[in-house]
Structure formats: structure tokens, C-alpha cells
Design a protein. Structure first.
Length: 144
């Protein structure tokens, strides 16, 4: 299991002009949310131990928000280097699939999409979105 910062960097390394707009903090939060949800459903394990909270514009990992808040709504620069060996083949496949499926959407579209998910809807504002609720919901969103 990696931490949320390494997973965030993985997505930031993938960003190109070909996949929608560049990755802002808001967009990164939603990519992490979908990655964690699908990891719980498909792999049966979280990608990282940190928990999301219900915030106004969707699910947020507060520690990741704090790390990148200096960029506001601007693009977060693409980090150099690649640390693919930190992930299993299944994890890399999942992260790539999440990026190429959801990375094409704007931060605002992803925010609206996340608002339609029961884990976010059923959590109290400012409180943790449980991994159990994410696993339960995202398990219904995969093709069996």
C-alpha cells in the first residue's frame, strides 16, 4: 500500500494536454476518490490509508489539499521522474484506467459527478467518508 501523496504524484505524472484540462487540486481530489473507490471494489484493498472527508465541492483528502493549496485552482506542475515500481501491475492498471476514464473531465464536472455518489451524499459535511461506504458503492459500478 502506498500513501496518498505517491498516488497523487502518479496522476500528476500522467497529465498531458490530451486528457482534458491540467490537474488542479480539485481535479486531483476527485481522481484520488475514484481511484480509491475502484481499488476497494476491484482489488479489495485501499490504495492508501488516508480517509476522504465530505467537503462542499466533493470528497477531499485534507492532507493532499494542504500540500497543493498554494496552487489554488491553477494546474499543479507535473513532477519529474517515475516510481512505477511502488505499485503492483494491477494497481498501475487501475490508476491508468481511472486517469484515462475520468481525467478527460474538468474539475467542476468531476465535482458534480462525485456529488451523485452515495458515499459523499450520505456522509456528514466535514466528516469522514468511510472506506466501507466507498467499497459498497463502487462495487456496484464495476462490470462483473
Amino acid at each position: 500500500m502506498c500513501d496518498c501523496f505517491k498516488t497523487a504524484e502518479y496522476f500528476l505524472r500522467l497529465q498531458t494536454g490530451d486528457a482534458g484540462d491540467a490537474i488542479s487540486n480539485m481535479k486531483l481530489q476527485k481522481l484520488l476518490y475514484y481511484a480509491q473507490g475502484f481499488a476497494l471494489a476491484i482489488l479489495g484493498n485501499p490504495l492508501f490509508p488516508e480517509d476522504f472527508e465530505k467537503w462542499t465541492f466533493g470528497p477531499v483528502l485534507p492532507v493532499v489539499y494542504d500540500k497543493y493549496k498554494e496552487f489554488g485552482s491553477d494546474a499543479i506542475p507535473r513532477p519529474e521522474g517515475a516510481r512505477l515500481q511502488e505499485y503492483t501491475d494491477d494497481e498501475r492498471k487501475l490508476l491508468d484506467e481511472v486517469y484515462f476514464t475520468f481525467g478527460q473531465y474538468s474539475a467542476w464536472a468531476l465535482s458534480e459527478m462525485s456529488h451523485a455518489t452515495p458515499p459523499w451524499q450520505n456522509a456528514e459535511m466535514g466528516k469522514i467518508i468511510t472506506k466501507e461506504s466507498m467499497k459498497s458503492y463502487f462495487s456496484t459500478q464495476i462490470e462483473k
